[in-house]
Design a protein around this ligand. Sequence first.
Ligand SMILES: [Ca+2]
Ligand SMILES: [Ca+2]
Ligand SMILES: [Ca+2]
Length: 142
Amino acid sequence: MKKIVSFSARVVLLTLLAGLAFGSLPAAADPCPADYNGSGQVTPEDVNAFLRIWYLLPKVDFDQNGVIGAADVTAFIFAYGSALPSADYNGDGVVTSADYTAFINDWSGVQGSPSTDLDGDGVVTGDTGDLFAFIDHYTHGC
Ligand SMILES: [Ca+2]
Ligand SMILES: [Ca+2]
Ligand SMILES: [Ca+2]
């Protein structure tokens, strides 16, 4: 166990050093939260991108703990392996590999997107506070 911890600590350190060397560490200045797709401009595209992820969150939060993580994949795979009705992700009445593919696609999409936790409470699933925070940034500028 100790070995694993020190190994991941080393990976973190190396990542930080690589970031320093190539100047890819996050900028000190806060990016505009309303520029959700990171295009440098705040447009209706940002609303679409934010809402697309925001609506996916309750589906992807399979263990319903409010956060998206590896535990959701574990919970889904358990339900899928046991052919539980909850694993019918696409809602067609049967549990098939299409449900697995759809879930993994959505989960990966959420994981690869910027956080929607704009009110910073750590909760993302169905959090209207995040939605209101986004709308506030969008309408009032950053
Ligand atoms: Ca979860
Ligand atoms: Ca299905
Ligand atoms: Ca939140």
